[in-house]
Design a protein around this ligand. Sequence first.
Ligand code: IDP
Ligand code: MG
Length: 149
Amino acid sequence: MEKTFVLVKPDGVQRGLVGEIIARLERRGLRLVAAKFMAVSQELAETHYGIHKERPFYASLIEYITSAPVMAMVWEGPNAVAAVRQTMGATKPTEAAPGSVRHDFGLEIGRNITHASDSVENGQLETKLWFKAEELVTWQRDVDRWIFE
Ligand code: IDP
Ligand code: MG
């Protein structure tokens, strides 16, 4: 089953949106695999956002993601990567589709509430970076056959 890595970023946690975001992913039919409420170290932040190291917003991005706790999660389902990116919406809240998390709760790109992996490969890499293998739960939901074809 395809897996993807999701973060409720510090602004989402501070604004009390953890439950709202989990509810949206559950309602979509995705299945929770792992979750961890945690502070983000400088080192973890820099590894996670290593790809953006040369970008002008890198320093503020690291400051943002380490500024308060985050809710780190892994979700799975058919096309989980694309489905979660769609539920979160485009990076820039003013370009995010109405009904998406970033549209419904956000205004600024630097306060866009969530992170979600952008490919299956990055989903695997990010899951490995944030979670130990034994923290991932393999399970069946009774409703799975009504959601997964
Ligand atoms: P994504 O989170 O939708 O995958 P990325 O392009 O991978 O977007 O950028 C990672 C994060 O960096 C964004 O979610 C956002 O928080 C921040 N970011 C991206 N571009 C900018 C910018 O131009 N200014 C400030 N922050 C930015
Ligand atoms: Mg990204």
